[in-house]
Design a protein around this ligand. Structure first.
Ligand code: PEP
Length: 258
């Protein structure tokens, strides 16, 4: 049975292209203070590359996870402007967000590229947070499952079950990102259950049961409890609402409103 394992919730703030080093340290300081009262939950932040080193130093000894927002698939080389997985590991990252819709839309990250990056991340000891999600036109054309299946199959190609179960998958319907329009609890659950079943077919039931699937798309304190109560929703990838401590803490404390 896919749901026999109790999955630890994981909520990550994706700061996108926001926060100077000083602002990043201030935000992370506020989160660190609140962390002990949050209970059994993994919390992470994904600052811009420029703030990773300073945030990593501040997080030494803390349970807060540090994620990057992207990486290259090569370990080193003449790739001006790019950052390699070993560099992220070296600076103190444990996770890296891959295939975010903004990367797919504005920077040409294809399914194949996301797969190369995911394999490189694993090879260098990073956990990829792999984003999938349909455009509004695709949802309206009834292609949601088709699109996320294609993205998931491609992203996990060549990745074995031992690695796959450690990955984090994020379902982020593109029409819900930064729009204020959230998927309903039922819409999120429907796609999450589909993705978990697909992971079961690609690997096995135990991998499907272990893999954590985050929802992302205009998550805020008001809708977090409903989404997190869904059986296949194991966390959230949060953009806008992760930039202010009170807004992000409102999400992290979702159990208080559930
Ligand atoms: C995101 O960027 O991953 C995201 C979900 O953004 P927002 O929460 O602002 O919709």
């Amino acid at each position: 049975m896919a749901d026999e394992i109790k999955r630890k919730p994981i909520i990550i703030g994706n700061w996108k292209m926001y926060k100077t080093v000083g602002e990043a340290l201030e935000l992370v300081g506020a989160l660190q203070k609140a962390l002990p009262r949050l209970g059994d939950i993994d919390v992470g932040v994904a600052p811009p590359f420029t703030a990773l080193g300073a945030v990593a130093r501040q997080l030494e000894g803390s349970a807060l996870l540090l994620a990057a927002q992207n990486c290259h698939f090569e370990a080193a080389g003449a790739f001006t402007g790019e950052i390699a997985p070993p560099m992220l590991k070296d600076v103190g990252c444990s996770h890296v967000i891959l295939g975010h819709s903004e990367r797919r839309q504005f920077f040409g990250d294809t399914d194949e590229l996301v797969n190369k990056k995911a394999r490189a991340a694993f090879a260098h000891g990073l956990v990829p947070v792999i984003c999938v999600g349909e455009l509004l036109a695709e949802r309206e054309a009834g292609q949601t499952f088709l699109v996320v299946e294609r993205q998931l199959r491609a992203a996990f190609a060549g990745i074995d079950a031992t690695a796959a179960r450690r990955a984090v998958l994020a379902y982020e319907p593109v029409w819900a990102i930064g729009t204020g329009r959230t998927a309903t609890d039922a819409q999120a659950q429907e796609v999450h259950a589909f993705l978990r079943q697909l992971v079961g077919e690609l690997y096995d039931g135990s991998t499907a049961a272990a893999l954590r699937i985050q929802y992302g798309g205009s998550v805020k304190a008001e809708n977090a409890a409903g989404l997190m109560a869904q059986p296949d929703v194991d966390g959230a990838l949060v953009g806008g609402a992760s930039l202010k401590p009170e807004a992000f803490l409102g999400i992290l404390e979702y159990r208080r409103t559930s």
